[in-house]
Design a binder for this molecule. Structure first.
Ligand SMILES: C[S@@+](CC[C@H](N)C(=O)[O-])C[C@H]1O[C@@H](n2cnc3c(N)ncnc32)[C@H](O)[C@@H]1O
Length: 245
């Protein structure tokens, strides 16, 4: 099954180059994913192809008109079998790996990139399944959040990332940040690779990696540890780390 992404935007050309590059481009070439970019203006019916209008009730800025959006969503998603219509919005559910995993259950995803003050509220009520936010900050448009979501989802499509194990070990996959990585040379400007990684004892390396993942999660994202089921030994390890100066 090919995962299909449709992106509705006023700037399809800005997205095209990114979708053709690197891992995303290769995944599309191999037929594992499909990217379809749609120009919202193509669904505007007036002679100026307008997609925005003034805010009812007064106030600054413009709002994206409902008619082109509804027509575009209906046209694009009419053949969806197991699809989801997502509006990228700072008011949405915050994007996290758990959300990405949940959304990966959908074979077809239509992403709506807002601009201006956002879209007419009636589109949210009648045509959108959910809103997703990249974080608690405001961008000028939904294009970057759409690319972030497409990339995170594409990485989970079977066959896209070389080794499935590398997905399993990644940050957030088991609730922890990933352990540190090193490559050659063994000593770089006086900084050495930890000795244990050079000795080749797989069991010891795995134990070291787990401890390092716990250590760096405690240092960088202690909030993640509160949601985790840890073994008694791991709890003791964390307590010992907390006591270190
Ligand atoms: C300037 S913003 C509109 C913000 C809106 N007036 C508000 O205060 O909620 C324009 C568009 O950028 C996108 N956008 C901005 N910040 C975003 C974020 N953090 N996550 C996802 N989309 C975002 C949305 O598609 C939005 O319609």
């Amino acid at each position: 099954m090919t995962q299909r992404f449709d992106i509705l935007t006023l700037f399809p050309e800005a997205l095209r180059a990114y979708l053709q590059a690197s891992l995303l481009g290769k995944a599309a070439e191999r037929g594992l994913v499909q990217f379809h970019l749609h120009q919202l203006r193509d669904y505007a019916t007036d002679k100026h192809r307008r997609v925005d209008d003034e805010v009812y009730g007064g106030g600054e800025g413009m709002v994206m008109k409902p008619e082109p959006l509804a027509s575009a969503i209906e046209a694009v998603s009419k053949e969806y079998r197991k699809g989801r219509v997502i509006y990228l919005s700072p008011q949405g559910r915050k994007l996290e790996q758990a959300v990405v995993r949940e959304l990966s259950a959908y074979d077809e995803i239509l992403l709506i990139c807002g601009r201006y003050e956002g879209i007419d509220e009636r589109i949210l009520e009648g045509w959108v399944d959910e809103e997703i936010s990249l974080g608690d900050f405001v961008l000028c448009g939904g294009e970057l959040p759409a690319l972030a979501l497409v990339e995170a989802l594409t990485r989970l499509v079977p066959g896209v990332v070389g080794k499935e194990a590398s997905l399993r070990e990644e940050s957030f996959s088991d609730g922890l940040l990933e352990y540190p990585h090193y490559t050659r040379p063994p000593v770089f400007r006086g900084r050495s690779v930890p000795e244990i990684l050079l000795q080749g004892n797989y069991g010891e390396i795995q134990a070291w990696r787990r401890k390092e993942a716990l250590r760096r999660t405690l240092e960088k994202r202690p909030d993640l540890l509160e949601r985790l089921q840890l073994s008694e030994a791991e709890r003791r390890h964390i307590d010992a780390l907390r006591k270190q100066p």
